[in-house]
Ligand binder design. Structure first.
Ligand code: F0G
Length: 455
């Protein structure tokens, strides 16, 4: 007789996760962030899935279970991350810190599609998370893990969104948080978030890459848990964006998914999710996953174009999209693997191309922060060079909310953003600028304005 395993027994066995080095492939490593043998990054694997599937359930059963949880009143089910907990590391429910992250909308962008030269374009808007960026989906998992492991302090180096998210989750979970940010190089809104959520916030007189170097030494000396994206638990949480997207597409695979690239953990997470979905039988093919960087912060583009991805070419990063002002991305190898196995590509865009794309996404009534808009700017180039066909379906992952960087938006519309760069006042730029109008407080003046706007 075949022994019948109880659901609980199966669940316990299949949810157990392990750390594996992405370089040498060693497993069962201690809970650190780099392999003690070859210093490469670690990723989380679930050996029990091979035999039984996540929680011992088939893809069809999981699809049903996750959909049913959408109507649950349980707070963990209401999280758009923990709703998919069968594909995440197991954390006891009382330890879970959730602010009801995930469950983000997919919007169709018909005008942007036309501008890019394709028939249908969608945006998965991760800026609609509780702290306004995609970071929340990873933070709920990694912060919960920190609490479960008994840490009292968490820390990150950040270009602003990770710090805002970490500070919020630490506060919700009763943890102390330390934020290191580059002085003067992150948006005020993001800085204000970490202050309001109660983090100890340090502005270091260096760039993001310099903040990472300092923090890596601090965590060696103090019992502080590192919540940068080298933390593989963050990547696990960030995977859920792809599961949720595919669910929203009724498990029909889009042809392309396009993500912005900074430290390159997000592209890695999206790719890992799709690889797992294919292995588990949720989908039968992979979409092409492409990464777009700003021209001034393009280490992955240079690495792929100049040496085929053999060694990283770090750069001194400069871009007004401060979120992705990163010259030495930690997760470049993971992202490279995703691009290669999905047959995606990389592209870079200028500051003007990004700014125009951001205004176009705003004009659809959606909006996003500058770093997210590189996706649309990059798509236009990928259509022009034939990598994306007009008939193909494309999803842009918008990573941050419009209000994350109001200063950029105001400067753009007032015409100040490129004021110091001669020769940049193009017609396309002007056509997208909508400066505020200053009028006398007179009815006639407003009516006259409306009449001329109607013409
Ligand atoms: N978009 C936004 C809005 C971001 O904040 C970031 C990264 C990215 C894209 C790039 O994602 O690093 O996974 O490739 N922000 C980090 C931070 C670095 O500290 O907030 P990535």
């Amino acid at each position: 007789m075949v022994p019948v395993m109880s659901e609980q027994a199966t669940k316990t066995r299949t949810s157990v996760s392990q750390l594996r080095c992405i370089g040498c492939g060693r497993t069962a490593l201690p809970d650190r962030f780099r392999c003690e043998h070859c210093r490469d990054l670690l990723e989380i694997i679930y050996p029990g899935w091979e035999e039984h599937g996540p929680a011992g359930l088939s893809a069809a059963s999981l699809k049903r279970l996750w959909r049913d949880r959408r109507s649950s009143l349980d707070s963990v089910d209401q999280s758009g991350v923990w709703r998919f907990r069968e594909i995440l590391p197991e954390i006891p429910q009382p330890q879970i810190i959730t602010i009801k992250e995930g469950n983000t909308p997919v919007y169709e962008l018909p005008h942007c599609a036309r501008s890019a030269g394709i028939r249908q374009l969608f945006a998965k808007h991760q800026g609609m998370n509780p702290t306004g960026s995609f970071k929340d989906t990873g933070m709920t998992v990694a912060a919960s893990f920190a609490r479960q492991a008994g840490y009292r302090w968490v820390a990150c180096a950040s270009t602003g969104n990770t710090s805002a998210s970490m500070a919020a989750y630490a506060a919700r979970g009763g943890l102390h948080s330390l934020v290191l940010i580059p002085d003067g190089k992150i948006s005020w809104s993001k800085l204000s978030q970490s202050l309001d959520y109660g983090a100890i916030t340090c502005q270091l007189k260096t760039d993001f890459d310099g903040c990472v170097r300092v923090l890596n030494e601090v965590v060696e000396r103090m019992p502080v848990y590192l919540l940068n994206s080298v933390n593989p638990y963050r990547v696990e949480g960030q995977k859920t964006v792809a599961f949720e997207l595919l669910e929203q597409f009724d498990w029909q695979v889009p042809d392309h998914i396009i993500v912005p690239g900074g430290n390159l953990a997000n592209s890695s997470a999206v790719g890992k999710a799709l690889r797992e979905m294919k292995q588990l039988g949720f989908i039968s093919r992979l979409p092409k996953i492409s990464v777009i960087q700003a021209e001034g912060a393009n280490p992955l583009v240079r690495t792929i174009r100049e040496n085929g991805g053999t060694t990283l070419i770090p750069v001194h990063a400069e871009t007004m999209a401060t979120a992705i002002r990163i010259g030495n991305p930690a997760s470049w190898k993971k992202a490279l693997r995703v691009i290669n196995e999905s047959e995606g590509t990389v592209e870079q865009v200028s500051e003007i191309e990004m700014a125009i794309a951001k205004a176009e996404i705003g004009a659809e009534g959606i909006g996003c922060e500058p770093a997210s808009a590189v996706t649309l700017a990059g798509l236009k180039k990928l259509v022009k060079n034939g990598f994306v066909k007009p008939s193909e379906s494309v999803v842009l992952v918008l990573t941050g909310h419009l209000l994350k960087d109001s200063e950029f938006t105001l400067k753009f519309h007032r015409g100040d953003l490129f004021a110091e760069s001669p020769g940049t006042e193009t017609d396309e730029l002007k056509a997208n600028q909508r400066a505020p109008l200053i009028l006398e407080p007179s009815v006639d003046a407003v009516v006259e304005l409306l009449r001329s706007a109607e013409k």
